[in-house]
Structure formats: structure tokens, C-alpha cells
Design a protein around this ligand. Structure first.
Ligand code: BQF
Length: 298
């Protein structure tokens, strides 16, 4: 029997802490404490992807919970690259906006690399722009990408030491797998990245003390792939035969064998949102300490 890692609860605790920090940051005009400015997050959504709509709503709701200003910029699917770049440019310059995120995936005619690269690194709360991606690689970052940062918090919540452990990440995306591996490495894990071309996958994963799956296939991780007592973190967001939300891990089969396991929903997902709130507050603090000039000289 594994211990369930309650991502929803841990995320709620983190958000409560951020709400308190935000109160202190904003302060009180009468007693002259704080900066008197509210952290602001801009969320850009292009088109009408159903999952994206849910994710954007989750982000707006979390902003409300912690006391941030949030602004949704909903654009039609046919929005041109130039239009989107102009909107980002404008948000980069606004002093009331601390964080900017572009909800992925984007419609195919838009160049994701160009668009993510246009977000000011100081406001890049997803940490997807090249500057912040590079920062993570050298371990000198302001923002960590939200999903792997949330996974690190969940691993830490178990009390299991990462240093020296066999850590296996399944999946090599720029958003989850690659930064995840880097962050485990910074904590002195012995890290293996597996992917669709990996041979003898089960042989590798069954040596993992910490197993993180970010594949995108329901029931991909089966009991034979898991080491007895392992920490199993499920990043997957899939739907089963009945259309129900599920992760990559065959939960019923793996749970009896694992030491710790995250559920889906209620595992990594809520942590992703909590880490976005953390990054946005960090951005607001940086901007308050070194405010942008309202009329910068050319
Ligand atoms: C939960 C995401 C794939 C591709 C793009 C809570 C979220 C999900 C689940 C959520 C995700 C996944 C987000 C739960 C944001 C996480 O209770 O289990 C929250 O909103 N997420 C995203 O913005 O883009 C994605 C997954």
C-alpha cells in the first residue's frame, strides 16, 4: 500500500502561504507598509481548445484565491503572428502586469518559438522563453517551469532524499521531461531520461527510486515497471475508455507496489497552478524592487 501524495492539499497550503505573502507585499496604505501594488498576471489564450479553456479558468481562479489581478486575453484562432506579438509587446511594457503566459498549444500557423521568445524574461512566469530555459540548465534561475517545480515539491513532501537516488523521467519534452531531469540532477539525483526510442524501458524504470512519468498515454506505467517502494509521480493528463481524466500510471495496479504515489486528478495538476502563482509573486517582487520606467529613454 502506497502513501497517497495529496497534491490538491499541498497546493492549497502553498496558495494560502502565497495569499499571506501577497497581503504583506501589497501592504496597507494607512500604516505605510508594502508596495501598494497588486501582482498582475496576463493569460493569453488563442482559439477554443477545450482543455486550454479549463486550464486558463483554473489559473484565473487561483489568481483570485491568492489576491492577484488577472487579465485574460482571449484571441480568435485566426489571430496573426504579428497581432499576437504586438499584444505581447504591449504587455511587456505595462507596469501593472508582472507575469505573462501564452497558453499552449497554439494554432499551427503561429510559431511557438518566436512567440515564447517575445515574452520579456522578467515576466516569463512559465519559464518557457530561451533565456529562462538556459537559466534552469545552469541552476541560476528566477523562475522554474511550473510543472516540474510542482513535482519537486511533491517529492520533497514525502521526506525522501533525492541525493544519490536513481531518478527516472519518462518523456523528454521541453516543458516537463527535460527541465524535470535537470532539476533532479541539481538535487544530486542519478538521472535517466527515457523516451519513445528507449530500449528495455521496464528494465530501466524498475530500478528507479523516484519515477516521474510525463508520456501522455493512459495505463502506460504498469506494475512490472515499478520498483517496490518507489516514489511514483504521474504527470499525465489523459482520458480513459470512459472519458474520465487519468494519468500515465495504471494506478490500481501500481499503487500496491509503490511507496508513494500521486493521483490524477489531484496530484501534479494543482501543483502546476500553485507554482504559477509562486512565480507571479516572485516577478512582482522583482518588479517592485527595480521598477520599470514609465517613459524609458530611447
Ligand atoms: C487536477 C496542461 C497538458 C498540456 C498543457 C488541476 C490542472 C490540471 C489538473 C491544470 C496543464 C495541466 C495545464 C488538475 C494546467 C495542469 O486537479 O488534477 C489543475 O489546470 N493544469 C496547462 O495550463 O497546460 C497544459 C497539461
Amino acid at each position: 500500500m502506497a502513501t497517497l501524495i495529496d497534491g490538491k492539499l499541498i497546493a492549497a497550503q502553498i496558495k494560502a502561504d502565497i495569499a499571506q505573502q501577497t497581503k504583506d507585499f501589497v501592504g496597507d496604505e494607512d500604516s505605510g507598509t508594502g508596495y501598494g501594488v497588486t501582482p498582475g498576471l496576463a493569460v493569453i489564450i488563442v482559439g477554443d481548445d477545450k482543455a486550454s479553456r479549463i486550464y486558463v479558468n483554473n489559473k484565473k481562479k487561483a489568481c483570485e484565491e491568492v489576491g492577484f489581478y488577472s487579465e485574460e486575453i482571449a484571441l480568435p484562432a485566426k489571430t496573426s503572428q504579428k497581432e499576437l506579438l504586438d499584444i505581447i509587446d504591449n504587455l511587456n511594457k505595462r507596469v501593472d502586469i508582472d507575469g505573462i503566459l501564452v497558453q499552449l498549444p497554439l494554432p499551427k500557423h503561429l510559431n511557438e518559438k518566436t512567440i515564447l521568445g517575445a515574452i520579456s524574461p522578467k515576466k516569463d512566469v512559465d519559464a518557457f522563453s530561451p533565456f529562462n530555459v538556459g537559466r534552469v540548465m545552469i541552476g541560476e534561475y528566477r523562475f522554474l517551469p511550473c510543472t516540474p517545480a510542482g513535482v519537486m515539491e511533491l517529492i520533497k513532501s514525502t521526506g525522501i532524499e533525492i541525493s544519490g537516488k536513481n531518478c527516472v523521467v519518462i518523456g523528454r519534452s521541453n516543458i516537463v521531461g527535460k527541465p524535470m531531469a535537470m532539476m533532479l540532477l541539481h538535487e544530486n539525483g542519478t538521472v535517466t531520461i527515457c523516451h519513445s526510442k528507449t530500449q528495455n524501458l521496464a528494465e530501466i524504470t524498475s530500478k528507479a527510486d523516484i519515477l516521474v512519468s510525463a508520456v501522455g498515454k493512459a495505463k502506460f506505467v504498469t506494475a512490472d515497471m515499478v520498483k517496490e517502494g518507489a516514489v511514483v509521480i504521474d504527470v499525465g493528463m489523459n482520458h480513459d475508455e470512459d472519458g474520465k481524466l487519468c494519468g500515465d500510471v495504471d494506478f490500481a495496479a501500481v499503487e500496491p507496489k509503490a511507496g508513494f504515489i500521486t493521483p490524477v486528478p489531484g496530484g501534479v495538476g494543482p501543483m502546476t497552478i500553485a507554482m504559477l502563482m509562486k512565480n507571479t509573486l516572485t516577478a512582482a517582487k522583482i518588479h517592485a524592487a527595480a521598477p520599470a520606467k514609465r517613459n524609458p529613454k530611447k
